[in-house]
Design a protein around this ligand. Structure first.
Ligand SMILES: [Ca+2]
Ligand SMILES: [Zn+2]
Length: 507
């Protein structure tokens, strides 16, 4: 069912996504020494050659393989076989060298592992504990991976040495998002009739399915699991809906899913047609004015914003597209939400958001993110600027938490999960230059990029990020894989543009 309705223009709030607060207790374990150590697949050429004759059930397409050692998953070690006419054409991904691992029998039991982490991290209550292999530069550890998801907007991922009981690494794996405003446009909504009440609800069932529910500011406590909160149906007797945050969430989700289908033949975020649930009016940390949106692996959550920094976050298409793209990443490359792989994860969400705005809201397309909901009282600013990333420094002139635009000047601290929202600016700028052409906005390099337009640039990035990258891919991998992908689908002068775009940002 469809209905047209008019929303009144209200002041537009904006919201920002860099939710750094909950990560504090995890951050102290992040050091360079604890990074998983893997090598690009191209360094394994000799061993990979023998794989070239292996037959796969797939004749054309890609096969993703997680590296297992004696049945245990090796963290960050995954390969993607690119197959054409039954032959492996190339291999992307990263591989760990598993060496000096004496035993795969842990000294520590699962329950003692949980006890150790509980002592270190407040209220830690893992839902999943798995024995894994954790490759470091000079040694390979037998480890436990402990994952906890809480309703407080945290997904703690902890790696604990299963021999010594020491924490190797810990970080917040939740994809924190951006905010939105509500704009007063006429929205056409896909709704359906609720069989229990006979009323219309914000639910679309079909080849693509999505549903928008209200959390009605339910107070989330530390032991509530987001996944157990079902949300309330938003009902209307006459198919006209007045909940603005819900209307925008529902409308933009539908539009973005349609775009994924039309442009990439992608069936929902996971390409399996899984229904997207959106929760609006989400309260967090005991506040109804939650200035953030996030994807938790299963559903979208949108806060209402505080009215000053942001409006309800579902009010911006680019925010909605950004968050749903985290779902795409979760079901493809699984780029881990830390350091360079995390910045790639964030950047892909921003890039897909810009692509969505370009296709769905062409008349207002810009290279800003979240401008429709960010600081409703202030015109013209935005959460992030893909064409000039460091412009967000104006927001916090004295802080080093601003977006970077040049690799040699990348953020190297442990804040923001190692700069996932800060170093993403470098990749965002490379993409912008590839689309529009031009030079580095602050003259950090002299390279002039010849633009290839949005559609071609997006084709290269979409294929690379969904089909070639793996959880531990870094910036250099992304550069090399986009070039290899471009060689498959673009002309040689366009491939040169891809190379130049990366060079222009110092990669
Ligand atoms: Ca925008
Ligand atoms: Zn994000």
């Amino acid at each position: 069912m469809k209905s047209f309705f008019k929303m009144k223009l209200i002041s537009i709030l904006f919201l920002l996504g860099s939710s750094l607060s909950n990560a504090d207790s995890l951050r102290k374990y992040q050091t360079n020494n604890s990074e998983v150590h893997t090598y690009p697949a191209r360094k394994f050429k000799s061993t990979l050659k023998s794989l070239g004759n292996k037959t796969h059930s797939v004749r054309n397409g890609r096969v993703r393989k997680v590296h297992k050692h004696e049945g245990l998953r090796v963290i960050g070690s995954e390969l993607v076989y690119h197959i054409k006419n039954g032959k492996i054409r190339r291999v992307s991904g990263r591989r760990a060298r598993v060496s000096n691992l004496k035993t795969i029998k842990p000294k520590l039991s699962k329950s003692s592992a949980v006890k150790v982490v509980k002592k270190e991290i407040n209220n830690f209550l893992p839902q999943k504990v798995e024995l894994v292999i954790y490759p470091l530069e000079t040694e390979t550890l037998l480890a436990y991976e402990l994952i906890e998801k809480t309703a407080l907007g945290r997904k703690a991922i902890v790696y604990l040495d299963a021999t010594t009981g020491k924490i190797i690494n810990a970080f917040d794996g939740l994809n924190h998002g951006v905010g939105i405003g509500v704009n007063g446009d006429k929205r056409e909504l896909s709704t359906s009739i609720d069989s229990n009440s006979g009323k219309y609800v914000l639910k679309h069932e079909g080849n693509l399915s999505f549903e928008t529910l209200s959390m009605a500011h339910a107070r989330l406590g530390p032991f509530n699991r987001l996944f157990n909160l079902k949300g309330k149906k938003i009902k209307s007797a006459d198919d006209v809906f007045s909940d603005k945050a819900a209307v925008d969430a529902h409308y933009f989700t539908g539009k973005f899913l349609e775009l994924l289908k039309n442009k990439f033949n992608r069936n929902s975020f996971d390409n399996k047609g899984t229904k997207i649930k959106s929760f609006v009016h989400v309260s967090m940390n005991f506040s109804d004015n939650y200035v953030n949106a996030f994807w938790d692996g299963k559903a979208m959550s949108y806060g209402d914003g505080d009215g000053k920094n942001s409006a309800p976050l579902s009010g911006a298409l680019d925010v909605v597209a950004h968050e749903i793209t985290h779902g795409i990443t979760t079901s493809t490359s699984k780029l881990r939400y830390l350091n360079e792989s995390g910045a790639l994860n964030e950047s892909f969400s921003d890039i897909m958001a810009s692509f969505a705005e370009y296709n769905i809201q062409r008349s207002k397309f810009d290279w800003k993110l979240g401008e429709d909901v960010w600081t409703p009282g202030k015109a013209g600013d935005a959460l992030r600027y893909m064409d000039n990333p460091t412009k967000d420094r104006e927001r916090r002139p004295k802080s080093d938490l601003y977006s970077r635009d040049y690799y040699p000047e990348r953020y190297k601290g442990t804040g923001d999960n190692g700069g996932v929202h800060l170093n993403s600016g470098i990749i965002n700028l490379a993409f912008h230059l590839l689309v529009e052409g031009g030079t580095h906005p602050r003259g950090k390099t002299k390279i002039r990029v010849k633009g290839i337009g949005m559609e071609k640039a997006m084709a290269v990035f979409y294929l690379t990020f969904t089909e070639a990258l793996v959880s531990s891919s870094n910036f250099q991998d992304a550069k090399e894989e986009t070039i290899l992908t471009a060689q498959e689908i673009l002309s040689s002068s366009e491939v040169k543009s891809v190379q130049a775009a990366w060079k222009a940002v110092g990669i």
